[in-house]
Design a protein around this ligand. Sequence first.
Ligand SMILES: [Zn+2]
Length: 66
Amino acid sequence: MHVDERLPGDRASLCTALMTAIRTEGTDPDRLILTHKCTACGKIQRNKVAQDDNRDAIFSLMKRKS
Ligand SMILES: [Zn+2]
């Protein structure tokens, strides 16, 4: 969800639209950087992967890249 505006975790955005993962960076599944794009305003946000992120979705993104 799009909740961060300037910094990851700042919760300053009022958009709250769904954000979808469009890209992954890195090869270690525990230290990946995920790039999300907001489906409403198109904002790009890069975040470190979180424990509660969907691993299946991440791995399918990684496979799509290679
Ligand atoms: Zn947004």
